[in-house]
Design a protein around this ligand. Structure first.
Ligand SMILES: [Zn+2]
Ligand SMILES: [Zn+2]
Length: 106
């Protein structure tokens, strides 16, 4: 009579994947030209350094491409406006639209 050891279950720790990808990485960055799925970069000296967060312009591009704006009522693909007037480059998207984009991606 032999006592066979039971096979151990797979440790859950093995399933730890990569850190979650920022949803804005789905679009190309209009600021630093990072392609989809590529991290944004910044130039430090002559080297290209990967940014931790996407460029603000990329966040805006992602929000415009994927989310409706509940503030100015535009559909995905249409930039935000204030009563028909284009928003300034420094703040091209209404704040609520960034949140919509995050929820759409989740
Ligand atoms: Zn960028
Ligand atoms: Zn808007």
């Amino acid at each position: 009579m032999t006592d066979r050891p039971r096979s151990a279950p797979m440790p859950a720790a093995l399933r730890q994947g990569r850190p979650p990808r920022h949803p804005a990485l789905a679009v190309r960055c209009p600021h630093c030209s990072a392609t989809p799925d590529m991290r944004c970069t910044t130039r430090a000296g002559r080297a290209r350094v990967q940014r931790l967060d996407p460029c603000p312009a990329r966040l805006a591009a992602h929000a415009i491409a994927t989310a409706v704006c509940t503030t100015c009522q535009v559909t995905p693909g249409t930039p935000c406006h204030d009563d028909g007037i284009q928003r300034p480059d420094s703040s091209p998207v209404h704040n609520r639209r960034y949140e919509e984009a995050q929820e759409t991606a989740a």
